[in-house]
Design a protein around this ligand. Structure first.
Ligand SMILES: [Zn+2]
Ligand SMILES: [Zn+2]
Length: 348
């Protein structure tokens, strides 16, 4: 076994490193900077070059007291191979968020790939998912049920723009909740910026700055907290993390309509439970057909399933003749489910 599940996370004994450990370790290989995959406090980190700045910012924020000092982060280009005590390791695009990577590990003729989180849909904010052939594939299954099928992206954006226009007509601000790292930027890369001014919550704005520094074109935004008193919000689109829903931060906008962009909006009742006016189905994770096609493309005969709906996914893979098993991890999938967000930001 190239990898084993330990109390600290997925461990590669031959290479002496962990992949996305959930406790501080000596050497961590990070698939992407979402909080459940990028635990702070480790001594050394290895991540993809496009993900380096985001990881650095995430770790600095988690270590705001400066307790552990500046972490050592080594960045690898996608496709570049390094040796770690006899193990060959490389990172390949996962199509999830900017810098997200699959980890390919080769040792003694066996190849394992840890996909982290991934999606197959096109996304202008990150490199597209690259199938990597392997013997053992570790896949997430956040949306591992046949009911999860994503509508075409163009349809989703048309829906968001129509909702925004209708709110303007009725004199309401359009408050759109989206996960602050990845989803919010994908919305800003896809929406028509000519439709009106776009404002952001601080948690969203911070990641937008890092995306723009990386050369990803996003619609222009203004940090809502920096808007002058007397700003007319009625024609505005405001992007905020789900954790801002129901907080006093929302009051400044006056009459508003609240929407949510998430794969969970595919489920009946998910919108109503959060007292939202509209739900838009757009996810940074693979849908059911996406998961199955990624597993197929890996050509793996053994599949480990993490996150979410593991049992149905394992069952389906077994029926296809694969050696599949559920693996217990602490990854949380799309955290929109609970409304929790790792960076709510203390907005005045
Ligand atoms: Zn993620
Ligand atoms: Zn995840």
């Amino acid at each position: 076994m190239i990898l084993q599940v330990t109390d600290s996370g997925l461990y590669c004994p031959a290479g002496g490193f962990y992949v996305d450990p959930w406790r501080p370790v000596d050497r961590a290989v990070i698939t992407h900077a979402h909080a459940d995959h990028a635990c702070s406090g480790s001594r050394a980190y290895l991540t993809s070059r496009p993900g380096e700045a985001i990881l650095r910012s995430r770790l600095a924020e988690a270590d705001a007291g400066g307790a552990t000092g500046e972490p050592a982060i080594q960045a690898l280009d996608y496709g570049q191979t390094i040796g770690l005590s006899g193990v060959r390791l490389s990172l390949h695009p996962a199509g999830h968020i900017l810098g997200s990577a699959q980890v390919r590990i080769e040792s003694g003729g066996a190849v394992w790939v840890v996909s982290g989180d991934y999606k197959l849909e096109p996304d202008p904010t990150c490199a597209p998912f690259e199938p990597v052939a392997c013997h053992t594939f570790l896949t997430e299954s956040t949306f591992g049920l046949p009911i999860f099928r994503w509508p075409p992206e163009a349809e989703v954006f048309a829906g968001i723009e129509a909702w925004w226009a209708a709110n303007r007509q009725s004199g309401k601000a359009s408050l759109l909740f989206a996960y602050s790292l990845g989803k919010a930027q994908r919305v800003l890369a896809g929406i028509n910026p000519a439709a009106g001014p776009i404002y952001t919550h601080g948690a969203v704005e911070n990641f937008c700055r890092l995306y723009r520094q990386a050369g990803i074109p996003l619609a222009p935004t203004t940090h809502a907290a920096a808007a002058p008193a007397g700003t007319d919000w009625r024609d505005a689109l405001v992007l905020a993390p789900p954790s801002a829903n129901g907080t006093p931060w929302m009051r400044r906008f006056g009459p508003l309509s609240a929407g949510f962009v998430s794969g969970w909006m595919r489920i009946r009742g998910a919108r109503r439970r959060r007292s939202l006016d509209r739900g838009f189905v757009l996810s940074d994770h693979a849908d059911w057909p996406g998961l199955l096609s990624a597993v197929r493309a890996s050509r793996a005969s053994r599949v480990w399933v993490t996150h979410g709906y593991r049992a149905p996914m394992v069952e389906w893979l077994k029926q296809q003749g694969l050696d599949a098993q559920a693996v217990e991890t602490r990854y949380e999938g799309e955290q929109d489910e609970t409304g929790a967000d790792p960076t709510p930001g203390a907005e005045p």
